[in-house]
Design a protein around this ligand. Structure first.
Ligand code: GLN
Length: 412
């Protein structure tokens, strides 16, 4: 396996795609890395990502941007873009990514692989370099659903070193892969098929939902009325938590230090100015502002209240269905550089994945088909907390029918 460079490995550097950690080798392994080692996994290396997992294209990586193996010059997605590209291009068996607002599911969709963001608390975050601690979760990125189930079994479970990890027993996820979806109710949220959705994406996703129906599922309409607030809420909560988490990179104990500085304050300022890229700086600014005295109630607190409403939307929906099916991203992959001058368009492209992180529920992207131009399109499945098994079962049934499993890009 090859691993997103956001997970601590004591045998190789862990850069988080940032100059500030360019030569950093952690003194310990992340719990998930330890678990992989215990199962005999061989780690091939670490993979490109947006700096500190902030981005949707991996263009914010300080060490180069991965291409989409289906079409060079196109983005592999982000922030786990290197993971998705490497798995899709057959350069490794599978990868682990991290997902704070879609960073596993979105690149998985754009590169035609399987990606799962588990329930918040299902997988230990010990040794995952923190971006937004109330949203971050580690998950598998694999070539098929069976591999995803296998890796989920290995990495899940309670860890005394992460107080937010759940003591719930870990099911045998592979046993969940059973033929047929009889008795399973699939909700289709009206709000996820709105303006801005590429017609080809809609066609492939609706086709995939019809395949779930062929497998025996009952398809019903559901509503997630607060969907339109997800991006705004996320872009307050995530930067606020990031500004706090990233305060530790001060050049003192580890990471890049500016050696020209003449005072301690200058050393902090110059190390952080040279070490962080622009997107990270922007988010630290937004987050620090949102948390400052006098603004906290208007921004962070308000966002947390709307977050509760979003969570309640899902609770209400899951009273009438077992899983929710939708697109992962509004469009297939785009050209590298194309949205560089339009940060809002980039932020909005996460609108369909962010809600699972805000609600803490599991979500998954599974290959469903291709655009007419030959770019992969995934189906997103979401379920109630700790219901990864129903996701895997539905994904496996789709995989049997969609006819795209094993299809790999031709590499020059
Ligand atoms: N694209 C989102 C962001 O830029 C999500 C990233 C992630 O899930 N790590 O923050």
């Amino acid at each position: 396996l090859a691993i997103k460079d956001v997970l601590c490995t004591s045998t190789m550097p862990t850069t988080c795609g940032s100059r500030i950690l360019e030569h950093f080798v952690p003194p310990y392994d992340a719990t998930v890395i330890e678990k992989l080692h215990n199962e005999g996994a061989v780690l091939l290396g670490k993979l490109a990502m947006d700096e500190f997992a902030m981005g949707s294209t991996s263009e914010n990586c300080a060490f180069g941007t991965p291409n989409n193996p289906w079409r060079p010059g196109y983005v592999a997605g982000g922030s786990s873009g290197g993971s998705a590209a490497c798995v899709a291009a057959d350069q490794c068996l599978a990868s682990l990514g991290s997902d704070t607002g879609g960073s596993i599911r979105q690149p998985a969709s754009l590169c035609g692989i399987v990606g799962m963001k588990p329930t918040y608390g299902r997988v230990s975050r010990y040794g995952l370099v923190a971006f937004a601690s109330s949203l971050d979760q580690i998950g598998p990125m694999t070539k098929d659903v069976r591999d995803c189930a296998l890796l989920m079994k290995v990495i899940s479970g309670r860890d005394p070193r992460d107080a937010t990890s759940s003591p719930k027993p870990v099911p045998d996820y592979s046993a969940a892969l059973r033929e047929g979806l009889k008795g399973v109710r699939v909700g289709v949220p009206t709000e996820y098929f709105g303006a801005g959705l590429d017609p080809e994406v809609e066609q492939v996703v609706r086709g995939a939902i019809a395949m779930l129906a062929d497998a025996g599922a009952e398809i019903i309409k559901v509503s997630l009325p607060h969907t339109e607030y997800c991006v705004a809420v996320y872009y307050l909560i995530a930067p606020a938590e990031a500004s706090s988490n990233l305060a530790r990179y001060d050049g003192v104990r580890y990471g890049y230090r500016d050696m020209q500085a003449e005072s301690l304050l200058d050393m902090y300022r110059q190390s952080r100015s040279a070490g962080f890229g622009n997107e990270v700086k922007k988010r630290i600014l937004i987050g620090t502002y949102a948390l400052s005295a006098g603004y906290y109630d208007a921004y962070y607190k308000k966002a947390s209240q709307v977050r509760t409403l979003i969570r309640e939307d899902f609770a209400r929906a899951f009273a009438s269905c077992d899983l929710i099916a939708s697109p992962v991203t509004p469009t297939p992959a785009w050209r590298i550089g194309e949205k560089g001058d339009d940060p809002l368009a980039l932020y909005l492209s996460d609108i369909l994945t962010i809600s699972a992180n805000l609600a803490g529920i599991p979500g998954m992207s599974v290959p469903a088909g291709f655009s007419s131009g030959g770019l992969p399109i995934g189906l997103q499945l979401q379920a109630a907390h700790f219901n990864e098994e129903i996701l895997l079962r539905a994904a496996w049934n789709l995989e049997q029918r969609a006819g795209v499993r094993g299809r790999r890009p031709e590499l020059g």
